[in-house]
Design a protein. Sequence first.
Length: 123
Amino acid sequence: MWRARLLRPRTRATSTGADAVDRNPNTVWESRANAFPLPIMVDLNANYQVSRVVLKLPAGWPARTQTIAVATSLTTDPWTTVADIWPYLFDPASANTVTITFPPTSARYVQLTFFGNTMSPSA
């Protein structure tokens, strides 16, 4: 489960991801159990220079590690991996926030693919 806070206009593209980008700190997006790898794509509605993705889980949740990769695209084909598969620690001591940084790239679409979660069989 995760929350994405985007500073740009956005729409939902895959899964039922509306809760992932609704800016409401009380909602989260959750995948089906044991559905890894699981991508979720965000349409920024225009091309932007992108160099990071900030993910935030609810503050009261226990620490967990989620394995995530990030890709970007101008058209959804082809995708360019900008952050390889890596385990990211969400820890209440750091407000359960993870920032994934990568070299600036022009993108309209950002796709996060979840490969694992130490606290849940879903993303």
